[in-house]
Design a protein around this ligand. Structure first.
Ligand code: ADP
Ligand SMILES: Nc1ncnc2c1ncn2[C@H]1C[C@H](O)[C@@H](COP(=O)(O)O)O1
Length: 207
C-alpha cells in the first residue's frame, strides 16, 4: 500500500506523513529539504536557479519512487510526502508560466520528466491537503525556515491554482481531498482520527 500526501508549501504534509506512518506502522518518505543544495539560492534568485532546483528535485523524487517500488514488492506500506507529479505539474509549470523559467529550460525539463514518468507507479491513494492562503502563511511562519521568510503571497496563490487544476484532472488512481483549514492534527487527536477514518473508508471501504 502506498499513500502519497500532496499539497502546497506549509499545508501540513510532513506532519501528517509522520503521524500516518506511526499509525499504520509504515515507512515514511520525506522530502530532501535540509540537504538540498539549491533551495536557499532558488528563493534568493528564482530565474537563476529554477532549472537547477527542478532537476535536483526530479532526480531525488525519482530515486524515491524506485525505492518505494522495492518496499512495496517486499510487502511494506509506504507514506510519501509530496510526489514527482507536483514537481512538474505544479512547481515547474508555475515557474514557466510566471516567466521565471526559460522556454528551452522548461522543454528540456519536461522531456526528462516524460522519460522518467513511464517508470513511476502512481500511489494507491493520493491525499490532497487543501489549504487557503492564511493557513499556509501561518504554518510557514510557524515552521520558521529562514529562506522561506520571503515567499510572496502571489507565489503561494499561483501554486494553489495549479494544485486545483491538477487535482481536478487527476486520473491515476484513488483520490481523497481533505480541507485542512479548520483541522489541527498537531494538537487535536480527534482531527487526526477524522483523516484516518476517511483514508480507511476510501482505501478499504471501512466505516
Ligand atoms: N493541521 C495543522 N494544524 C496546526 N498546525 C499544523 C497543521 N499541519 C501542520 N502544522 C504545523 O505547520 C507547520 C508546517 O507543517 P509541515 O508539515 O512542515 O507542512 P508541509 O510539509 O506541507 O510544508 C509545522 O510547524 C506543523 O507543526
Ligand atoms: N519542485 C519544487 N520546486 C520548487 N520548490 C519546491 C519544489 N518541491 C519542493 N519545493 C520547496 C517548497 C518548500 O520551500 C520546500 C519544502 O516543501 P514543503 O511543501 O514545505 O514540504 O521545498
Amino acid at each position: 500500500m502506498h499513500i502519497a500526501i500532496v499539497g502546497n508549501i506549509g499545508a501540513g504534509k510532513t506532519t501528517l506523513a509522520n503521524k500516518l506512518a506511526h499509525h499504520f506502522n509504515w515507512e515514511v518518505f520525506l522530502e530532501d529539504v535540509d540537504h538540498n543544495p539549491y533551495l536557499k539560492d532558488f528563493y534568493d534568485d528564482m530565474p537563476r536557479w529554477a532549472f537547477h532546483l527542478q532537476v535536483y528535485f526530479l532526480n531525488s523524487r525519482f530515486h524515491q519512487t524506485q525505492r518505494i517500488k522495492e518496499l512495496q514488492l517486499a510487502g511494506k506500506g509506504v507514506i510519501q510526502d509530496r510526489t514527482i507529479y507536483e514537481d512538474a505539474h505544479i512547481f515547474a509549470a508555475n515557474l514557466h508560466q510566471s516567466g521565471l523559467m526559460a522556454e528551452r529550460d522548461y522543454q528540456n525539463y519536461l522531456s526528462l520528466f516524460n522519460s522518467m514518468i513511464s517508470m513511476v507507479n502512481p500511489p494507491d491513494l493520493l491525499l490532497y491537503l487543501r489549504a487557503d492562503l492564511p493557513k499556509l502563511v501561518s504554518q510557514i511562519d510557524k515552521r520558521n525556515r529562514d529562506y522561506e521568510n520571503n515567499i510572496k503571497i502571489d507565489y503561494l496563490k499561483h501554486l494553489n491554482e495549479h494544485y486545483e487544476e491538477w487535482i481536478s484532472g487527476y486520473k491515476h488512481g484513488k483520490l481523497l481531498i481533505v480541507d485542512v483549514n479548520n483541522l489541527d492534527y498537531v494538537n487535536q487527536p480527534e482531527d487526526l482520527s477524522v483523516i484516518i477514518d476517511k483514508i480507511n473508508s476510501t482505501l478499504f471501504g471501512l466505516f
